[in-house]
Design a protein around this ligand. Structure first.
Ligand code: TMP
Length: 267
């Protein structure tokens, strides 16, 4: 009685909606859902540099799940529904706003280069930047004027995006500080989620060591994708350390996860 069995779609027959540099989106099991699959590919400098790093996708799936689930729990809306397996999560389908929203707490990377600041300098306050998501143009930095003039987001949506970015930054800064990690900067993406007749902006894509700068508080060791961008090696070890401190190592290592490992500063 085959027709009584739940519908099962083998991986390779699912409809592929979109393939990015580090993830693939497949059609989800219900309308309005998608499956987000984390690949092991690492790219930098608009994919001029590319490598496959065994295990990166599994780690990012777990770390991003942990962050998005926590954001949902504290009332910051995201596209995340639940993790499905080692590499995949179920998400709500949203209309991605074509902006990379970067929040910076400490000077590093392109900001340090552009303004001649020493990497590691604390910024006078957190700074939000917008980059237009367009590979052909190398994701140029844009202002709010560009965003509204070209209709990528309305003024109200920009306000909502900035409010979300500040809440995500506050949450992540505290989360990482608690496990001995300094959140230097991060990138997030947002999307429009339709529910009945209303539309709201939610956090989308992923938040992982691929999209954050994370430095050990004491040693300043880099625990993020700069290890790949700067040919330092040890990327999987660094991401594993982030997962370990957050208490979310892959299933094989810790069956149930223990929650964040508090780092005290007695010494
Ligand atoms: P940047 O200093 O190179 O501008 O990067 C700022 C932050 O954004 C950093 O945490 C890395 C992240 N990022 C991405 O997630 N994707 C990108 O394509 C780039 C350039 C940066």
């Amino acid at each position: 009685m085959d027709f009584l069995k739940p519908r099962y779609t083998p991986m390779n027959r699912r409809r592929r909606i979109y393939e990015g540099k580090a993830k693939v989106l497949y059609e989800g099991p219900e309308p309005g859902t998608l499956i987000q699959h984390f690949k092991d590919d690492a790219t930098a400098f608009n994919a001029k540099k590319h490598e496959v790093i065994d295990g990166k996708g599994v780690l990012n799936n777990r770390i991003s799940e942990f962050i998005f689930q926590n954001l949902n729990d504290i009332g910051v809306p995201t596209h995340f529904i639940r993790r499905l397996n080692m590499r995949e999560q179920l998400i709500r389908e949203v209309e991605i706003i074509p902006l990379e929203v970067v929040v910076r707490n400490v000077a590093a990377g392109s900001l340090a280069t552009k303004l001649g600041l020493e990497e590691g300098t604390q910024l006078p306050r957190s700074i939000i930047e917008f980059y237009y998501k367009n590979d052909a143009l190398n994701d140029p930095m844009v202002s709010e004027e560009h965003v509204t003039a070209f209709g990528w987001a309305s003024p109200q949506e920009i306000d909502d995006i900035m409010a979300l970015a500040i809440r995500v930054n506050d949450f992540l800064s505290g989360l990482f500080l608690g496990v001995g990690i300094r959140l230097v900067d991060f990138k997030m993406e947002t999307g429009r989620l339709w529910e009945n007749d209303t539309v709201r902006i939610v956090v989308a894509d992923e938040i992982s060591p691929d999209s954050c700068r994370l430095w050990d508080i004491k040693s300043n060791d880099k625990l993020d994708k700069d290890r790949f961008r700067r040919d330092m090696g040890g990327l999987v070890e660094a991401y594993t350390e982030v997962a370990r401190r957050l208490g979310i190592l892959p299933e094989s290592d810790t069956p149930n996860g223990r929650g964040p490992v508090l780092v005290t500063s007695k010494d």
